[in-house]
Ligand binder design. Structure first.
Ligand code: ADP
Ligand code: MG
Length: 697
């Protein structure tokens, strides 16, 4: 019977009980599902080590030698067996805490020792090693790469450990070798020089050698990424067919603002506006992501695009994640639009807009007299009705849930054009998966004349030096941010730290005024404190990361970050973007503990070395791994990766995306007979069911 249809319960060494657990823990239902459980690592059993050449590395090794002496300490459950093992070059210690009574040792017998060494008191130590008398060692045991499989606690309780997994999979190998129907067409296999599925499945579990293991894994990674891209891109192609409001005119308001600007647009800003205008003209709905580092001038791009829509007779809105940001956008837009007089009507709607003030806004939206509405989630409320909403800008998209974006659709018969703006540079690979169904525009150029921010890393001991630098800056008329970490789990302690830090700064700078803001404050108090800083009344703003996004005080030239070791790279970069917004040289001071981990050291070094958000995002991905990053993006990809890794498989991802695109370019809906294989596999994977959010952004 084909492996795909063989119930896992009827496979050798499985049975009903283990089958249940495999189903629940790993979602393994069939023999093929089992074969699709790939090893997470391999250990080279063809290599033998000498004790003298061991280093601190935490990898498995095998050594041939003898047990010279041993003794047990303690009794009953607390018993512990310790033995000395000698291979002629050196000796090491073997230790057992559990099952001591089953360990039988003999002097003068040659053993194969297998385990993971760690150094303790100048001697290498193996805890619970495998110790096999040499006479019982079979050739298979010391041949090639041995696969290791992930298991869970529940699996281990029925002895379904890595070794058991290996045995079950090994028993299925003869059937695999008879041939497994491929999921990728021969043309693609040839073009990208990929193994057949059968060959890959054999070699991923029991590779002949390292190159065949790597080739097998590459093929399986490609397959995984290919199907994700096929799904995402099919979604995108479908949406490209959606009708959308046609906005062909470049009208008076757009031209008027363009002429009134006190500076020239950067080349990147112009290019991006052109890209967006192409979409607006097309008659299809736009779904576009606008990426640009902090300070690259996204707000102005958004405004100009809103005017394009307004000139074509449509209403627009800009949705910000916080009230502070919404207010700020409102002020910024009003200032830009001042030269245009009454030609553009802008309104602000947030949670703190009073019911009385809402009435004229609701009316203005209904009768079409409001052209641009700026707001927070408040503008998603059901009683906000539009005459003809045609263009929506979502700022700092990662703060918005997908479901919230979906609400925008219900406000129209026809979906408005959507421009998502983010200042969090996203590594290319993540962008292709998390935002793979959006077209992307990138502003990769800062307005001219910006002085790059200087970043310096200090340890706590240098606090006095840091304070004296801060004083100099304030004396020169500048303002300063001081940021403290705040994490949810530790909120109480962190708030205490913030309060202590505030007190300390008050003592250190008695001659200056200091504001403080944090997430626990009432919105009104927070705004008041922010306002005091923005107006220049206070010289220092002590804050948690509430100021991470969007605050704009061009006179602030120092960003001092306390406990910088507790921030992620992207967050540090966002914070740094709060300064360097005026003409003055700006500084970012990273304060960490004196003792820091290698990881922290790397992060600080990257911050000091570059201001390039994309480089930082890539480094973040490398250091933290994709799972974490997705978490911070809060957009969460609906795709579970089993073998591919977005941090390291960027090249394969690019190829897989290209392959998927080649197919969809000629057959967007996969209706062609020769593409049946792909359509069928997509159904098998049921990605579609777990992936319906793609429809809504
Ligand atoms: P972002 O939202 O991308 O972080 P902003 O839109 O806040 O950036 O722009 C940062 C600052 O640069 C603003 O004060 C804005 O007025 C200004 N700015 C935008 N475009 C230009 C330009 N082409 N030349 C000079 N200054 C610009
Ligand atoms: Mg902005």
């Amino acid at each position: 019977m084909e492996l795909a249809y063989r119930d896992i319960a009827y496979c050798k060494n499985v049975g009903a009980k283990r089958a249940d657990i495999l189903r629940n823990e790993l979602n393994v239902r069939t023999a093929l599902d089992m074969i699709r459980q790939y090893p997470y690592k391999y250990i080279d059993r063809s290599r033998f080590y000498r004790i003298a050449e061991l280093n601190d590395e935490d990898t498995y090794v095998q050594i041939i030698g003898e047990v010279t002496e041993w003794h047990t300490v303690g009794i009953g459950k607390a018993q512990r067996l310790s033995a000395m093992f000698n291979d002629g070059t050196h000796q090491c210690e073997l230790v057992w805490f559990k099952g001591v009574q089953y360990v039988k040792l003999q002097r003068g017998v040659k053993y194969l020792l297998f385990g993971k060494p760690s150094r303790f008191n100048h001697i290498f130590n193996f805890v619970h090693p495998e110790l096999t008398p040499w006479s019982k060692v079979t050739p298979e045991m010391t041949q090639g790469l041995e696969p290791y499989y992930n298991t869970t606690e529940r699996m281990k309780r029925v002895n379904l450990n890595s070794k058991a997994m290996r045995t079950i999979i090994a028993d299925l190998m003869p059937d695999v070798k008879k041939g497994v129907p491929d999921t990728i067409g021969v043309d693609i296999l040839q073009r990208y020089r990929l193994m057949s599925l059968t060959e890959a499945l054999v070699n991923v579990h029991f590779p002949k050698d390292t190159p065949s293991m790597q080739n097998a894994r590459a093929r399986l990674k490609f397959e995984e990424l290919f199907y994700i891209q096929l799904q995402i891109l099919r979604q995108m192609k479908r949406r490209e067919q959606n009708p959308g409001f046609a906005m062909p005119i470049v009208g008076n308001r757009f031209h008027a603002l363009y002429k009134a600007l006190p500076f020239a647009l950067t080349g990147a800003q112009k290019r991006v506006i052109r890209e967006i205008h192409e979409d607006l003209k097309s008659g299809h709905q736009m779904n576009r992501l606008l990426q640009g580092d902090v300070g690259s001038g996204k707000t102005l791009v958004a405004l100009l695009c809103c005017l394009l829509a307004v000139d074509n007779g449509y209403q627009t809105c800009i949705m910000a994640p916080t009230e502070i940001l919404a207010n700020q956008h409102y002020e910024t837009l009003k200032a830009f639009l001042a030269p245009l007089g009454d030609a553009v009507h802008v309104a602000l709607l947030t949670g703190s807009t009073t019911p009385k003030n809402r009435v004229p806004i609701h009316n203005g939206l209904m009768n079409g007299s409001i052209h641009i509405l700026i707001g927070t989630h408040a503008l998603l409320e059901d009683n906000v009705q539009w005459q003809n909403l045609g263009f929506v800008v979502i700022d700092e998209q990662h703060r918005f849930g997908v479901a919230q974006r979906a609400k925008l659709w219900t406000k129209n018969q026809m979906p408005p054009h959507i421009l998502v703006m983010t200042a969090t540079p996203i590594p290319r690979t993540l962008a292709m998966t998390v935002y793979g169904d959006l077209h992307v525009s990138i502003i990769d150029e800062l307005p001219p004349g910006r002085k790059p921010i200087q970043t310096v890393h200090y340890s706590l001991q240098k606090r006095a030096q840091v304070y004296s630098f801060m004083r100099q800056q304030i004396q020169a008329g500048r303002q300063i941010y001081v940021v403290f970490p705040l994490i949810k789990e530790n909120e109480k302690m962190d708030l205490q730290d913030l309060q202590n830090g505030f007190n300390e700064l008050c003592e250190a700078f008695p001659e200056y005024k200091i504001s403080m803001v944090h997430g626990q404050m009432k919105a009104a108090d927070k705004d008041m404190q922010m306002q005091r800083f923005a107006s220049g009344e206070t010289q220092i703003l002590v804050a948690t990361t509430v100021i991470e996004v969007g605050v704009n005080v061009p006179n602030a030239t120092v960003m001092m970050i306390q406990n910088a070791e507790r921030f992620g790279l992207s967050q540090l970069h966002q914070l740094r973007g709060r300064v360097g917004r005026g003409g003055e040289q700006s500084y970012c001071l990273l304060l960490t503990n004196t003792e820091i981990s290698t990881d922290t050291r790397k992060r600080m070094d990257i911050m000091v070395a570059t201001n390039d958000g994309f480089r930082i995002a890539e480094a973040d991905l490398q250091l933290r791994g994709p799972g974490d990053l997705e978490g911070t993006l809060q957009s969460g990809t609906p795709f579970d990766l089993h073998i591919a890794n977005l941090a390291t498989d960027g090249q394969l991802l690019t190829l897989a995306r290209q392959a998927a695109l080649d197919i969809l370019n000629t057959d967007p809906l996969l209706e062609d007979e020769r593409n049946r294989i792909y359509k069928r596999q997509l159904d098998v994977l049921r990605i579609e069911q777990s992936y319906n959010w793609g429809e809504i952004s």
